[in-house]
Design a protein around this ligand. Structure first.
Ligand code: PLP
Length: 504
């Protein structure tokens, strides 16, 4: 498969190159030139691993700078296992009532959905470096709003020929998320706190990627940067798999008849997860409406409703920190797709966003977007109430991100009277955001010790907290760097053992 740039500023390249580069060197994102289609009814008998192969093969399979069938199979066999995922279904679907299900995407090692892609992506990347004959060490730079960081660290930990440096907003992640990251072992891992919010971290990393001088210097010293953020196609494609999985499970459980439509609800931040849902639909999956659920930082749901993307607004720290984002990178891919690959428009809009902090769609594109995606948001109090409502109604625990999804689904159903079966992507384990969940259900905010709350929450649910989270209690803190947002290049130099006095 060949990949092209959303800004028309790159020749078409092969899949291994797209993974290696992460994003287009001069700005823009890689997308597949042509989308494969799959016949959903032929996939019904497949298990997760077989389904993953069917979905990933057309994107990555091929000669030269692509991957062989054996490679793809071996990557899948290495990661979608019962050692790494604590449910044999990998992404099990739990039915709550006859038309509502939760797609549990949090059974991987770091208890959030990003594991599904970040466990397999290092295999693609490592093989890419080999295929492309790169003798440079790959340095993965990650900006994280909390969950990507740990998932990427776990995925890349001790991978030969790679180093990983994670930047996170120092006061913008949950306690569990921070402990998870700062206790990461592995010879090749670094975690750096940044004084600022997620957008500051993301902008810093994007700037470094497109800084020619800095990249030349790094290359001279034997390093090549790449990205594990969802701007990397290697992150997107593995997420398409579980949309197929969810629909097929709904068919197996008699919630929908094969071929009938279902709706998908996605708690959204950087637009990566929902974009995978969009691609699944384009590939033939009978998803009718994609429901984009935002939190208090509802730049995206406003955009869907008005056609104006306006990032000039107050940034809120919420109980769903992985969605605290004002610049949703992957939206660019969607816009490129729905304008039928109009790089001219994309360039203009993103230039506007950069210069003026906003851009406005033409009516045509706006209507296409509205027909495809429904967007709305949940406030902090609505999120809290939703956690409690879902627990009391179904005895089912959801985390604040997932609660935003459930709330917006209710709103959608009330507004549109569309009662089609729907699944909500449950993007994190409730135990990962134990404090917010416990408070929402019990109203008790007196407890401060994370691990006591973890146990109390588990008791409410007649269960046990995940061992991976309980284990953090004793885990030593191994990473202590904190920088301001102008010190990214300097700290990278320090970590890689390079003096970069001349460049900053
Ligand atoms: C990353 C994340 C999201 C947002 O996903 P995007 O792909 O950035 O839209 C939602 N919930 C959780 C728990 C996450 O970790």
């Amino acid at each position: 498969m060949q990949y092209i740039s959303t800004r028309g500023n790159s020749p078409a390249i092969e899949s291994a190159q797209a993974i290696m580069l992460g994003m287009v060197p001069r700005g823009g994102l890689f997308i597949p030139e042509n989308l494969p289609t799959l016949a959903t009814e032929e996939l019904l008998g497949l298990n997760y691993q077989e389904l993953a192969f069917a979905v990933l093969l057309p994107f990555f399979g091929g000669k030269n700078k692509n991957y062989s069938e054996e490679e793809i199979k071996s990557f899948i066999a290495a990661v979608y296992t019962s050692e790494k995922f604590d449910d044999p279904q990998i992404t099990p679907l739990t039915l709550l009532d006859e038309k509502t299900a939760a797609l549990e995407l949090w059974h991987g090692p770091t208890a959030a959905f990003k594991d599904v892609a970040l466990q397999i992506m290092p295999y693609f990347l490592k093989a890419a470096a080999k295929k492309l004959g790169s003798r440079k060490e790959t340095v993965i730079l990650v900006a994280t709003s909390g969950d990507t960081g740990k998932a990427a660290l776990e995925g890349f930990k001790d991978v030969e020929g790679a180093k990983i440096i994670v930047f996170y907003p120092k006061d913008g992640v949950s306690k569990m998320q921070e402990l998870q990251m700062l206790s990461t072992t592995g010879k090749n891992t670094s975690v750096v706190g940044v004084e600022g919010n997620f957008d500051d971290c993301q902008n810093m990393v994007k700037e470094i990627f497109s800084d020619d001088d800095f990249n030349t210097l790094m290359s001279f010293k034997g390093f090549q940067f790449s990205s594990a953020n969802s701007i990397n196609w290697g992150r997107l494609a593995p997420q398409i798999v579980y949309y197929f999985r969810a629909y097929l499970e709904m068919v197996r459980k008699n919630v929908v008849k094969m071929g009938d439509v279902a709706n998908a609800v996605v708690p959204t931040g950087n637009f990566g997860n929902i974009l995978a849902g969009f691609y699944a639909k384009k590939m033939g999956l009978p998803i009718q409406t994609l429901i984009c659920a935002s939190n208090q930082n509802h730049v995206l749901s406003d955009f869907i409703q008005t056609g104006v993307y306006d990032r000039k607004r107050k940034f809120f720290k919420t109980s769903s920190p992985s969605m605290d984002i004002l610049i949703s990178s992957n939206l660019e891919r969607l816009l490129f797709e729905i304008t039928k690959h109009n790089a001219f428009k994309i360039n203009r809009w993103y230039e506007d966003l950069f210069q003026k902090g906003e851009f406005k769609l033409d009516d045509n594109t706006k209507n296409t977007l509205k027909n495809l995606i429904y967007g709305d948001f949940a406030s902090e109090s609505e999120t809290r109430i939703e956690i409690k409502r879902v627990f009391e109604k179904y005895r089912y625990l959801i985390d604040p991100h997932t609660a935003v999804g459930f709330f917006v689904l209710e709103k959608y159903r009330a507004q549109t009277e569309d009662e089609a079966p729907a699944f909500v992507c449950a993007t994190a384990s409730p135990y990962k955001f134990n404090q917010a969940v416990y408070q929402a259900i019990t109203g008790d905010d007196s407890l401060k010790d994370e691990f006591i709350i973890l146990e109390k929450l588990a008791a409410l649910n007649n269960g046990k907290p995940p061992a991976s989270l309980m284990g953090l209690k004793e885990a030593p803190i191994l990473h202590k760097r904190v920088i301001n947002k102008r010190e990214g290049r300097k700290v990278i130099g320090e970590i890689l053992g390079i003096s970069i006095g001349a460049v900053n």
